[in-house]
Design a protein. Structure first.
Lengths: 256, 434
């Protein structure tokens, strides 16, 4: 489904991703962990098409298409969904209006007829129920005045509505208490299927207790320096990142 | 000297009016006219050297040869295809400054008078005597003096005491500039009686691509405990010049709610002046301007708090596209006696192009000490992160921009209390922001 080869990216003159290789198959959950500043969020942003980053080398193939060649909205229409670390407040645009526009734009991309108001509302009610988000919240301006938990739940709700084939969760656990975390994780688990894959970017192992990954990768200085299964996350929780850092630094030194 | 050509045209028009007075030369009206013209000659047309006209330059007016109130064949079928044509209500329509009965639906009752100035002078001379020309200041603004001197038409709207009028009163101004450049001077008077309520809508439109110079004065008297809603809607062509002054006088415990919406216009200058001549007065002023191309929209507002316990609240918003210009100047005076005044002002602008400009200037002058006043003005671009957020959900960038701009404008449109008008405006704004 997704094949990242030697991906390198920078912001202004700062190299952040220095050769990422990663392959994700349908239905898999990959966790990306790593210390602060290792490039985790950058990877999520580059995949979603944020303009601030310049891709300097490498390729990303998504369902047979060159992902890097697509505008952010085209990536969304092709099935990429980024749950933001900091969801944006948009005054005056309700979540309902926002999602109706989004869904119909994606349908237009696929040359399908737009959903009418009744069809849309039916879909919305069903999905709101499944991710346990209050209808009233959806009638308000998008994320405006929402609590941290409400914003993250709204991200998951949006994901449920747009039904992507690849969901990228960018530090979705940050700023959430354990109850909010469980609700969000439950929402994600409901969306798991044999066709849908996830990239879960997180600093802590905590979220992975609830969203259990098939693979765990550790990012450090813009490269994946270690990959393993969910046990690797537990090991990191126990031992911290320092041992990985020293291993990676030693390896890099020996290569120079 | 600047404005030589246009001043000479106004002089000739003034003399022309004087020649055709048929023995009414000595009337009170004409005494005021003559005095106002002398004031105009002294003050002249404002140049950018005037502080209040610093960013709004009328100089190109001088290049145009105008016809004053020329005849027009503009008919019902022409009106029907214009926006807002179907807006329901009592209506009075002026084409090139001349009252057009076929396009009006006056619907006078004992409680409501919607008359031309000529008819009002005959039918309700006491109202004219008491209010007409009593609020506008002709000794400071040259163009207001000119209006007083040359205006030979206008509407007079009077809502009697203790009457709530549900249906809006629409004053429609059409400039038919298919064949000639035209100049009109119109002077209106609106009186909302004690304990009464009315909704007034002024709509300005052009037909054709030549230049119309509209110089307007609307005086509004809001009596004790009365409520006036006032909506000024402008949708004129890119060649037009519009200078309009709305002069409002509010008495004790009255409410005045306004929305000034500029959809289109080549050169627009709106003056909205509120004099709070009583206590426990409330007013809300909203404004929205969405110029594109080379359109220029200038809103000057003034609120004069003279007595205690009044509140004024102001929100103007602009979306400036292409090479357009916006100007906002908001003056608030709080006089020495006006203790316990609450006065708020806010001007927010979004610029969508590097060549658009916005000049905004709040001016608060406060002589009283026990008051709450605030003002703020912001001008910026749309948030890139918000646009990316929308794109990441499948919404293409132009649509993401449009959605946000429409939402930005909606803050003002949503204040309008006539649903039908609100819907019409929403459609027009959505179309323009595409």
């Amino acid at each position: 489904m997704l094949k990242i080869s030697n991906l390198q990216a920078r912001v202004e003159s700062k190299e952040i991703l220095r050769g990422i290789n990663l392959e994700i198959k349908p239905g898999e959950i990959h966790a990306i962990m790593g210390p602060n500043g290792s490039g985790k969020s950058t990877l999520a942003s580059v995949l979603a098409g944020r303009e601030d980053y310049e891709v300097t080398a490498g390729t990303v193939e998504f369902n047979g298409k060159d992902l890097l060649d697509l505008a952010p909205e085209e990536r969304a229409a092709e099935g990429i969904f980024l749950a933001f670390q900091y969801p944006v407040e948009i005054p005056g645009v309700t979540t309902i209006n926002f999602l109706k526009t989004a869904i119909n734009q994606i349908r237009k991309y696929h040359e399908k007829e737009p959903l009418d108001a009744a069809q849309f509302l039916k879909l919305m009610k069903e999905k709101a129920k499944s991710v346990k988000i209050d209808d009233q919240l959806l009638r308000r301006s998008l994320n405006e005045g929402f609590s941290g938990g409400e914003k993250k739940r709204n991200e998951i709700f949006q994901m449920a509505m747009l039904e992507p084939s690849l969901g990228i969760l960018d530090e979705t656990d940050s700023g959430l208490d354990i109850d909010a975390l469980k609700i969000v994780a439950e929402g994600v688990n409901q969306l798991r299927s044999a066709e849908r894959s996830f990239i879960v970017v997180t600093h802590y192992q905590r979220l992975l207790d609830y969203i259990v990954p098939d693979f765990v990768h550790v990012l450090y200085k813009g490269r994946i320096v270690k990959s393993g299964t969910k046990e690797l996350a537990l090991e990191l929780e126990e031992k911290g990142y320092d041992w990985i850092k020293s291993e990676a630094d030693a390896l890099e030194a020996s290569m120079v | 000297m600047s404005f030589q050509n246009i001043q000479a045209q106004f002089q000739a028009e003034f003399e022309n009016i004087q020649k055709n007075l048929n023995g009414k030369r000595g009337s009170d009206f004409n005494t005021i006219r003559t005095k106002s013209f002398a004031q105009f000659q002294q003050l002249g047309i404002p140049t950018v050297k005037h502080e209040d006209w610093k960013y709004s330059n009328l100089k190109n007016l001088d290049k145009i040869q105008f016809s004053f109130n020329p005849k027009s064949s503009f008919s019902k079928s022409n009106l029907e295809v214009l926006p807002f044509a179907s807006l329901a209500g009592i209506s009075i329509c002026f084409v090139n400054g001349v009252f057009n009965e076929q396009l009006s639906q006056l619907g006078n009752t004992p409680k409501i008078k919607v008359l031309t100035l000529e008819a009002a002078v005959e039918q309700i001379p006491d109202v004219i005597e008491k209010h007409y020309g009593k609020y506008i200041e002709t000794d400071k603004e040259g163009l207001s003096a000119l209006n007083n001197a040359l205006s030979n038409s206008g509407s007079v709207v009077v809502i009697d005491e203790n009457y709530v009028l549900e249906s809006p009163i629409i004053i429609r101004y059409i400039s038919d500039v298919k064949t000639a450049d035209i100049a009109v001077n119109i002077h209106n008077l609106i009186v909302v009686g004690k304990h009464s309520e009315a909704k007034i809508v002024e709509i300005f439109q052009t037909e054709g691509e030549k230049t119309a110079f509209s110089n307007l004065v609307t005086e509004i008297f809001v009596d004790k405990d009365a409520i006036a809603h006032y909506y000024k809607i402008q949708d004129e062509n890119d060649q037009s010049y519009h200078v309009g002054t709305t002069q409002v006088n509010q008495e004790d415990k009255s409410y005045f709610y306004s929305a000034t919406i500029t959809l289109n216009g080549g050169f627009v200058r709106n003056n909205l002046n509120l004099v709070l001549n009583g206590q426990y007065i409330d007013n809300h002023m909203y404004g929205l301007y969405i110029p594109n191309g080379k359109q220029h929209v200038d809103n000057h507002t003034l609120v004069d708090h003279k007595l205690p316990n009044c509140e004024s609240n102001e929100l103007y918003k602009g979306v400036l596209m292409d090479s357009s210009n916006g100007v906002f100047n908001g003056k608030i005076f709080v006089r020495e006696d006006a203790q316990k005044t609450n006065a708020y002002q806010n001007c927010r602008n979004v610029i969508t192009s590097d060549s658009a400009t916005m000049n905004s200037k709040p001016q608060l002058e406060i002589w009283a000490d026990d008051v709450k006043c605030s003002h703020g003005t912001t001008t910026g671009k749309l948030n890139d992160e918000a646009i990316f957020y929308m794109q990441s959900r499948g919404i293409p960038k132009p649509e993401a921009v449009r959605l946000q701009l429409v939402a930005f404008a909606e803050d003002v449109v949503s204040q309008i209390k006539i649903e039908e008008l609100r819907e019409m405006l929403d459609t027009m704004i959505e179309n323009k922001l595409k």
